[in-house]
Write a protein that binds this ligand. Structure first.
Ligand code: C2E
Ligand code: CA
Ligand code: CA
Length: 565
């Protein structure tokens, strides 16, 4: 607008200047000198204005041009800065997405691999199994195999040499397994000393067995762990992939079951079959039933008499558990104790039984049926020795039932005691401080070191019935029984022979100087009510004694000891 006004003014001034100049020439020619002069001055004035206006205008345009140039440059600079910032952001973005990618990869690796060995972990194994299972269903000729491997006695390595050495062994085992398998399949570690091997394409079962045998050979040489030579073996359960399986965990479960069979039977490998599965299901049902049994109070103690072999007097009872199963009737401990032990149910179960045995003893004492030295023996499992609460439980049971602790004897098998001898010694000392007696059960089966035995604060050795049952004149088992009796006497322990079934065994044991015994010859384990009746008739077995034969045991013991020396 301003430019247009300036232009109009310039044109007007130019026109006025031209007209004034033209008029001055005409006026001069007409002889009007002054007027011509005035007109000339006016014309020059106009032209001067024009020139000035023009110069100002040019100047203004120049200024404008310069300022727009500056603005342009500023914009360009700004654009440049923006571009640089953008480039920086892009680089930054690329860097962080690379880091993200990398950490995603790392995360994926960690999520799919075992930290210690770098082998595939359970998640990866399950993911790898899914397409194999699918393929088996779709293509008849496709076969794969799963080998479930568990190291033998790994716990002993960990316990005796420490977890560091245990870890080293695991890493070396992983390497050897990978050596054997190569690119035939995938080796994975599920946990602890459990490995799994997927062989993705096998012809038949015999090819898989060959792999198991190769693993056995690979383990034949010693493992060198930080200069320490160590041998280990493995138990392997094998399952062949088949259309029967629709899920990865099913096939792993069956391979695991087969592995347990391998362990149980001491074989290096076992191939899964359906009977194993049926047994596993039964076991699971048993576990569930046992839990319910405890809640429903279905366990009952039966009592087997302990007899003085010299005069056949009843000196005590061993309390033996029975399960009053709602549908199966009376179930003996052989069918459930082991499951109760592996599930940990044995702990609460034993406390219930201990209390019940002590209550029963208190009742018999209160009714005058037994003398002050009468003993009740209760069996304890190995797991009790590691239990912190056992002493408190014993203390409160004794206090609440009011029995004399000397009348309570705890039986613990020799193998349980030897599993952790030092712990056993420490726990036994505390139990003895409470005044309770301790007996080592099934003696002769647990390979006790004799040097240890004298350190155990115990009262009694119970000779395992396997020796008594096959004890004949001059037999090796007869010698074992003789030795155990002499050993017990040397250590000032009482000795009880288990499983006396015949008069012949009874007499032999008396001749060897065995003081006490129990067995079907006297009685099987009987319910409490029958045990009460037995207490009323303590001399019931005197008829099996030869006439006038009292004191023979002690006399014969001296003879036994002399023979051993
Ligand atoms: P055990 O402690 O060695 O108990 C003796 C077992 O031998 C009893 O079997 C008894 O019935 C059996 N027996 C006794 N005399 C004879 C005989 O002359 N011949 C034969 N063939 N057997 C005889 P039971 O009651 O079946 O108990 C088996 C095992 O179960 C026990 O062996 C013990 O280890 C365990 N057990 C029993 N009750 C309990 C319990 O309350 N707690 C724990 N932890 N274990 C128990
Ligand atoms: Ca026992
Ligand atoms: Ca026994």
């Amino acid at each position: 607008m301003k430019d247009r006004l300036t232009k109009a003014l310039l044109l007007l001034s130019l026109a006025a200047g031209v007209v004034a100049s033209g008029m001055s020439i005409v006026l001069f020619q007409l002889g009007l000198g002054i007027a011509a002069l005035a007109s000339a001055v006016l014309g020059s004035l106009c032209l001067g204005i024009i020139a000035r206006r023009y110069l100002l205008w040019v100047e203004e345009i120049k200024t404008k041009a310069a300022s727009s140039e500056t603005a342009e440059r500023f914009r360009a600079e700004q654009a440049e800065t923006h571009v640089q910032e953008l480039e920086h952001y892009v680089a930054e973005l690329e860097r962080s997405s690379a880091a993200l990618r990398e950490s995603r990869e790392r995360f994926k690796h960690a999520a799919y691999h075992d930290g210690l060995t770098g082998l595939a972990n359970r998640d990866q194994i399950i993911d790898l199994l899914a397409p194999m299972i699918e393929l088996t269903g779709a293509a008849d000729e496709y076969r794969f195999a799963v080998l479930f491997l568990d190291l033998d006695r790994f716990k002993t390595v960990n316990d005796s040499l420490g977890h560091g050495v245990g870890d080293l062994l695991i890493v070396e085992v992983a390497k050897r397994l990978q050596n054997v398998i190569g690119d035939r399949g995938t080796v994975g570690r599920l946990s602890g000393d459990e490995f799994v091997i997927l062989v993705s394409r096998v012809l038949d079962q015999s090819e898989t067995i060959l792999i198991a045998e190769q693993i056995g050979e690979e383990f034949a040489s010693a493992f060198n762990l930080e200069g320490r030579q160590l041998f280990t073996s493995a138990s392997i359960g094998i399952t062949m992939g088949s259309a029967r399986y629709s899920r990865a965990d099913e096939i792993l479960r069956d391979a695991d079951i087969a592995m347990y069979y391998a362990k149980e039977t001491g074989k290096s490998y076992v191939i899964f079959d359906q009977i194993m599965h049926a047994r596993a299901v039964t076991l699971l049902e048993l576990e569930t039933d046992l839990r319910l049994a405890l809640e429903r109070n279905e366990f009952e103690l039966f009592y087997q008499p302990l007899v003085n072999l010299d005069d056949c007097a009843l000196i005590g009872f061993e309390a033996l558990v029975r399960w009053n199963h709602p549908s199966r009737g009376l179930v003996t401990p052989g069918e459930f104790i082991q499951v109760a032990e592996t599930t940990g149910l044995i702990i609460p179960m034993t406390y219930v039984l201990l209390r019940s045995a002590c209550e029963q003893l208190a009742k018999w004492r209160a009714s005058g049926l037994c003398d002050p030295r009468f003993v009740i023996s209760v069996n304890l499992s190995a797991s009790h020795l590691g239990q912190k609460g056992i002493l408190d439980h014993l203390r409160s049971i004794i206090f609440e039932t009011g029995i004399d602790p000397e009348n309570l004897k705890l039986e613990i098998t020799e193998s349980a005691v030897m599993e952790n001898a030092e712990t056993s010694i420490a726990v036994f000392r505390k139990i003895k401080e409470l005044g309770i007696q301790i007996s080592i059960d099934d003696f002769g089966t647990g390979y006790s070191s004799l040097s240890y035995l004298h350190r155990f604060p115990i009262d009694t050795l119970k000779i395992d019935r396997s020796f008594v049952g096959t004890m004949e004149d001059g037999s090796e088992n007869g010698e074992i029984v003789r030795t155990v009796i002499a050993l017990a006497k040397a250590l000032k322990l009482s000795v009880i022979a288990e499983g006396i079934e015949s008069i012949h065994q009874f007499h032999q044991l008396r001749i060897l100087g065995c003081e006490y015994g129990q067995g079907f010859l006297f009685s099987r384990a009987i319910p409490a009510i029958e045990a009460s009746k037995m207490l009323e008739d303590k001399g019931r077995w005197s008829n099996i004694l030869p006439p006038n034969d009292y004191g023979v045991v002690a006399r014969n013991l001296e003879y036994t000891q002399l023979r051993i020396q």
